[in-house]
Design a protein around this ligand. Structure first.
Ligand SMILES: [Zn+2]
Ligand SMILES: [Zn+2]
Length: 344
């Protein structure tokens, strides 16, 4: 009989057994890290709308059972062979970027964010809806001491996506930047945009989020139910950037006419419906539409450091791991204020 160096004790995980089925809380053996991998004792894992890809089987080639979760914060508790860059006891997280192949054309050009074979925690391998997970070292993010695990977790997908897309959007301090949607992404987008020194217009449906948007750092609020947001933006000279966070292609399309000269619609809210735009809308004013996905672990560390420095924090609702199904339903309802986080 083989002997093991460490006792194998069971742990709990929330897994999806087949696409479209409910979460199951199961006992599993604690995984062992392989070469160039570490094991993380998970403290918190954010629930992201993209977890629907795992829950509903919308990612090509995904294998089941699968444990979702790509907003993971915890403590490294075991190193695999060949790991000298990280220590046990060190705080670490994992976000959307779960590892690159290092060999595709994008990687050879140093553009790891756009790796053709990008690994995604919770899709390519088991993610953070469990007490322990294994991750390759190229996916690891160091977490500053001042950020609580439940606050750091959502910054590793929702946070980095808004921070990184805005800092690469071409907007300069003082520019008019609109943030469409005041939800999981949008409430962070408003805070980052404010701290970057933009003039921030928050766009929401209904008047109820106006006060909150201003507290988060918006200098004005546009109720797109009551008025045409594109017209309102044009009255202000047009937006340099519109950060489109709410997953509605229709609402995003309606905003394109709100862009100023050389303005850019930066799309980060995921939908599967087409955007509607005419060439004339883009040609007049040389406007652009760009999509953006998260970033590398180094970008995540920039996000965390900036959040620490500038006081940007996610607003969260926490649920214990055992209530993963309830927590996921809460995220899907769109009523959460604003990120739902599982704690272990
Ligand atoms: Zn995500
Ligand atoms: Zn690659």
């Amino acid at each position: 009989m083989a002997t093991t160096k460490f006792a194998i004790a069971p742990m709990r995980a929330a897994q999806v057994t087949k696409p479209g089925t409910d979460f199951e809380i199961v006992e599993r053996e604690i995984p062992k890290p392989g070469a160039r991998q570490v094991r993380i004792q998970v403290q918190a894992c954010g629930i992201c709308h993209s977890d629907v890809l795992t829950k509903e089987g919308k990612w090509p080639g995904i294998q089941y059972p699968r444990v979702p979760g790509h907003e993971v914060a915890g403590i490294i508790d075991e190193l695999g062979p060949g790991v000298s860059e990280w220590k046990t006891g060190q705080r670490a997280g994992v976000g959307w970027h779960g590892g690159q192949d290092g060999t595709c054309l994008a990687c050879r050009r140093g553009d790891f964010r756009n790796c053709r074979n990008l690994k995604i925690p919770g899709i390519s391998y088991d993610g953070g809806y469990q007490q322990y997970m294994v991750a390759p070292i190229e996916a690891l993010v160091a977490i500053p001491d001042s950020l609580a695990a439940a606050e750091a977790a959502p910054l590793l997908c929702a946070g980095i996506t808004t921070f990184n897309s805005l800092r690469h959007s071409g907007a300069s301090p003082g520019d008019l930047v609109a943030v469409q949607g005041i939800g999981g992404l949008g409430h962070l987008g408003i805070q980052f945009a404010n701290k970057f020194g933009y003039r921030v217009a928050a766009i929401g449906r209904g008047a109820e989020n106006a006060a909150l948007a201003k507290t988060l750092g918006a200098s004005l609020y546009i109720d797109s139910k009551a008025t045409s947001a594109a017209e309102e933006l044009q009255k202000l000279g047009g937006a340099q950037v519109i950060l489109a966070t709410a997953p509605s292609s229709k609402s995003m399309s309606e905003l394109i006419d709100g862009l100023g000269p050389n303005g850019k619609l930066m799309v980060i809210g995921i939908t599967f419906d087409p955007l509607e735009v005419t060439p004339v809308q883009l040609i007049s004013g040389s406007r652009a539409i760009q999509g953006w996905a998260a970033g590398t672990p180094a970008d995540s560390e920039d996000t965390l450091r900036f959040a620490e420095l500038a006081g940007v924090r996610p607003m969260i609702e926490t649920y214990p791991l055992e209530k993963a199904a309830e927590a996921y339903a809460r995220m899907m309802s769109g009523d959460a204020r604003f990120r739902v986080v599982l704690t272990m």
